[in-house]
Design a protein around this ligand. Structure first.
Ligand code: TYM
Length: 333
């Protein structure tokens, strides 16, 4: 039976990329009636420095984002990673299965560690091993993510395969990434060759889930484009990164694909298309930001939801970890 797991880092500021590439897909899978487990990966966030108070606040804000986007704690298990110690317990075992070279090859490691790898935290290097544990401690079969996480899911599969081989078992499933929809890689509004990211120094490059209607409309109005009208076929966007990105966003927000969106907006000038996109974005996103602010005024309620989710998550994770300990020969008496 399918079981879905995914996570988002509470490192401050949710973007339209997080929403379209991940959180909205989480909601779709929940609403399909599949068993869904969604985590706020606070232990991953701290692989780079986080102010303790900001980490607490950002974890609650991410929880508010999950709920405002339509995740329902009675239908999905929602919790923060550090409340389920089985993740780190399994991660240690995976640290001993995975090879250093596998970690050093990860593009996210290379990007985030930068030139001075010697000065990056050890946690940043081991990050994908904890991610594999997040997924496999539930025997999750499907992981909805944006395109940038594909390499980490492949590594998760490699860890499962090596574990099963090393110990001669058929224990961990080989997880499938689910990278679907029109917005698996939302790009910066200022540079169509760069990913939209919360760490971009320019706030104009991204739409935040907490932006109000004016901010959203303003950022779309100022988004970089080219002088040509929109083509009527996707091929016409091949060499037009900024235009393609805006049409992809439009497609994702209106639940269609690139071809479907171009049937509607092909032939239009940006002067006409941008206000359409801004209206659609405000219509879809402003209610989420309003609901997030409302929820942020009830931190106790958020904490209660996360505590309850963690208890339910542990009920699934504990027996899988116990069986893993037995397989590898860790004595329990
Ligand atoms: P994170 O926190 O960087 O991003 C959360 C999710 O948002 C997606 N995403 C995007 N999708 C499309 N366009 C973008 N511009 C964009 N930016 C971000 C990401 O692909 C991701 O799905 N390592 C993960 C967190 C994690 C995880 C896990 C995910 C930890 N354990 C287990 C799945 C399963 C991360 O850093 O995501």
């Amino acid at each position: 039976t399918p079981r879905v797991f995914s996570g988002v880092q509470p490192s401050g500021g949710l973007t339209l990329g997080n929403y379209l590439g991940a959180i909205r897909r989480f909601v779709d899978m929940q609403n399909d009636g599949i068993e869904t487990i969604y985590c706020m990966v606070d232990l991953h966030a701290m692989t780079v420095w986080q102010e303790p108070d900001a980490l607490r606040r950002n974890t609650r804000e991410l929880a508010a984002g999950y709920l405002a986007a339509g995740l329902d704690p009675t239908r999905s298990i929602l919790f923060n990673q550090s409340q389920v110690p089985e993740h780190t317990q399994l991660a240690w075992i995976f640290n001993c299965v995975a090879r250093m070279g596998w970690m050093q090859r990860m593009t996210q490691w290379k990007d985030k560690a930068g030139k001075n790898q010697q000065n990056a935290s050890l946690g940043l290097l081991a990050y994908p091993s904890l991610m594999a544990a997040d997924i496999l401690v539930y025997h999750a079969t499907h992981v909805p993510v944006g395109e940038d996480q594909k390499q980490h899911i492949e590594l998760t599969r490699d860890i499962a395969i090596k574990f099963n081989n090393d110990f001669g078992v058929d224990f961990f499933p080989i997880t499938e990434p689910v990278i679907e929809g029109a917005a698996t890689r939302v790009m910066s509004l200022r540079d169509g060759t760069r990913k939209m990211s919360k760490s971009d120094p320019s706030d104009m490059a991204r739409i935040n889930l907490t932006d109000d209607a004016d901010a959203i409309a303003n950022k779309i109005r100022k988004a970089r484009t080219d002088p040509e009208p929109l083509p009527s076929e996707p091929e016409g966007l091949a060499a037009r990164a900024e235009a393609r990105n805006l049409v992809n966003i439009y497609a994702a927000l209106s639940d269609t694909d690139l071809a479907g969106a171009l049937r509607e907006v092909g032939g239009k000038q940006f002067s006409e298309f941008k206000p359409m996109l801004a209206d659609l974005a405000v219509e879809k996103l402003a209610p989420i930001s309003t609901e997030m602010s409302r929820l942020m005024e009830q931190p106790d309620e958020i904490d209660r939801i996360l505590g309850d989710g963690a208890a339910r998550a542990r009920d699934i994770a504990a027996p899988i970890l116990a069986k893993t300990y037995e397989i590898v020969g860790l004595l329990r008496s």
